[in-house]
Design a protein around this ligand. Structure first.
Ligand code: MTE
Ligand code: MO
Length: 318
């Protein structure tokens, strides 16, 4: 599914796919036998080539399980957040994030790449190639959502920056500015929020650099103006409001690894068989549901990503 969104985010009625219309569009896809996440099926813009490429890459690997997943209501996605820069309660980000100014915004790029420098969001993201991908997001705290993100594959951004062959990892940082992010007056974590991926994980077509969700640009509390989404990993890998990207040779020391290395590892792949030291990870509460449901290995994306971890001990590399 694809939404073509103009740079201005100034949507006409024809472009807008409102929340209310989603269910029926999803039903339409189902009837058409089009399955899977990232089914970048081009309903709105027939000349969109990346969407077709992605579909060609992934079509045979999807089993359609996700079609039974209801999308989480916009209200919940906007109101139940983790973004410690605005406080540690789930309601804090929506209450406090109005002080963030996501425009204008720059991202500095350094390390092992041919095109280091300072970029605007528009330099990094090709807004003509935006697509929508409906991904499960599973927080390590054992709740989950299904979010229709809008963005581009992170690989598209990386290709512009031309990493060198010795770049083994990509590293990200969130903005540090206590004026805009009042939660940073407290040292809940050592700011900035830091995250990273192995290069092959970063280049995987499911890894998304998101700039919107549903038919809106990202709300501040969801990580405006750009944030990472890695659907087979716990939600904390999805670093928000990114201001720095580095290509590095060594495995980066991420925020949660620094804070509690026995509890949070670098890989953070969703794995129902590996418990968090203080609680099981075997099931989850989907926001909006009553009961709990089993958590799926790699959050249900195993067919697409399990090969990245061939031969690795996933208990040790948690
Ligand atoms: N900068 C920053 N990014 C962050 C966090 C944070 O506290 N700060 N929380 C993470 C966690 S734990 C989760 S579950 C997701 C939540 O994303 P959402 O609030 O948009 O649903 O953001 C992740 N990205
Ligand atoms: Mo999380």
């Amino acid at each position: 599914m694809l939404i073509k969104i103009r740079n201005s985010w100034d949507l006409s009625d024809n472009d807008v796919t409102s929340e209310a219309h989603y269910k029926s569009r999803r039903e339409l896809l189902k009837t058409a036998g089009i399955v899977g996440l990232g089914t970048a099926i081009n309903l709105l813009s027939p000349s969109f080539s990346f969407a077709q490429t992605l579909k060609n890459q992934l079509a045979n690997e999807y089993d359609g399980r996700d079609l039974t997943d209801q999308q989480t209501q916009l209200k919940a996605i906007l109101g139940y957040n983790n973004f410690y820069e605005f406080g540690t309660e789930k309601e804090d980000p929506s209450r406090n994030a109005h002080s963030l100014k996501p425009e204008p915004w720059t991202v500095s790029v350094d390390g092992q790449c041919e095109n280091p420098g300072t970029y605007s969001v528009e330099d990094l993201i090709d807004f003509n190639k935006l697509e929508q991908r409906i991904y499960r997001m599973r927080c390590v705290e054992a709740w989950s959502m299904v979010i229709p993100w809008v963005g581009v594959s992170l690989s598209e951004v990386i290709n512009k920056l031309k990493p060198k062959s010795n770049a083994k990892y990509i590293y990200f940082e969130t903005l540090v500015d206590p004026e805009q992010m009042p939660g940073q007056h407290r040292s809940v974590i050592k700011w900035p929020y830091r995250e990273g991926l192995r290069m092959d994980e970063a280049m995987h077509p499911l890894t998304l650099m998101a700039v919107g969700l549903y038919d809106q640009k990202l709300a501040n509390q969801n990580g405006a103006p750009l944030r990472l989404v890695v659907p087979w990993k716990y939600g904390f890998k999805g670093v928000k409001s990114i201001v720095k990207i580095s290509f590095v040779e060594q495995k980066p020391n991420t925020s949660w690894m620094r804070l509690a290395p026995h509890e949070y590892g670098f890989y953070a792949n969703v794995n129902p068989n590996v418990a968090h030291p203080r609680w099981s990870q075997a099931n989850e509460r989907r926001i909006g549901d009553f009961g709990r449901r089993d958590t799926l290995m790699f959050n249900g994306y195993g067919e697409q990503v399990a090969h990245l971890y061939d031969g690795m001990n996933l208990k040790r590399n948690f």
